[in-house]
Design a protein. Structure first.
Length: 313
């Protein structure tokens, strides 16, 4: 069987990229909010890691939507899903979440970068100053709404695949939580990699803070992966067939064990623990760990998408 072309295949790699980018966006902005709230305060905009997260988050979601639109059978009719909503459609609900998420995202970005923006606009546009003052009154509400929407977006990437009910591996209640946690993990990795590339201190308090959260996230992701496949195997029937086909011998088996488990989870966990025990974090360690995590999550998305469509109930 060709791992990328087989009977029953409905969604292919562009959907995996879209799911990956949506998770990166949601995860990155969650860490930007955490860094601002618990470590950096009003000086958050000065941090290379916050700047990276605030740059990655909108670009990732725009790129993901662009890929999704291009992949449509009739890409020029994409506007219809923005106008005509069906509350029973997972895709339609997801689009609504994405739209509200982007509004909250840019409102929060305005709150974070208000000082440099107002400094640049001083004496030019008084309406901008009035707009920021009005917006700042609702900063706490915007922040809470943004986090809620980001978590919803991360989980939605799993619910979208769960809508394919005839595929036992995808119609799994653990999948939305697995995709949410892996999306948060990819957001942490993207924030770290972008931060050090923007000359952020690889041994700074932001890196220590993210790594302290990232270690339990990776452990939780391992537990969820085990739960995901254990549930399928113990269910018997086609669910068991789907699980064993996915993680057994063959191309996708190698992707799972070598790419997802070893490179994407075990190596970042080992490197994070090593950096935690070492006296000082370096650019190479942080960049390598983040890159492994990002590649691992991307492989996980493709692995679940393709192997999940190999077995029909």
């Amino acid at each position: 069987m060709n791992p990328f072309h087989f009977d029953g295949l409905i969604w292919h790699w562009p959907i995996a990229i879209y799911l990956f980018l949506a998770g990166v966006s949601a995860g990155a902005i969650c860490f930007a909010v955490l860094l601002k709230q618990f470590k950096l305060g009003e000086d958050a905009y000065k941090s290379g890691f916050v700047q990276a997260a605030c740059l990655i988050s909108p670009l990732a979601v725009f790129a993901g939507l662009g890929i999704l639109v291009i992949d449509l059978t009739k890409p020029f009719d994409f506007w219809k899903i923005l106008v005509f909503y069906n509350p029973r459609s997972v895709m339609s609900v997801g689009v609504a979440v994405l739209l509200i998420y982007q509004v909250a995202l840019f409102a929060w970005l305005a709150c974070v970068f208000k000082e440099p923006v107002l400094t640049w606009c001083q004496g030019r546009w008084s309406v901008v100053d009035k707009g920021f003052k009005a917006l700042m009154k609702y900063e706490a509400t915007i922040t809470g709404l943004l986090v809620l929407l980001a978590l919803s977006l991360g989980a939605y990437t799993g619910f979208l695949l769960s809508a394919l009910r005839t595929y036992p591996m995808l119609n799994n209640p653990v999948l939305p939580l697995l995709f949410l946690i892996s999306g948060i993990s990819s957001g942490a990795a993207a924030t770290l990699l972008g931060g050090v590339l923007l000359k952020g201190n690889p041994d700074g308090k932001e890196v220590h803070f993210i790594h302290n959260i990232e270690i339990p996230i990776i452990l939780l992701e391992l537990v969820l992966l085990f739960t995901f496949f254990a549930g399928l195997i113990l269910s018997g029937g086609q669910s068991q067939v789907a699980a064993l086909t996915a993680i057994g011998e063959g191309f996708w088996g190698w992707v799972f064990w070598g790419g997802v488990v070893v490179m994407g989870l075990s190596m970042p966990l080992a490197l994070n623990l090593f950096m935690k025990a070492s006296s000082k974090r370096k650019f190479s360690y942080v960049a390598m760990t983040a890159s492994f995590s990002l590649v691992g999550v991307l492989l996980l998305r493709n692995f679940i998408l393709y192997t999940g469509q190999m077995t029909i109930a």
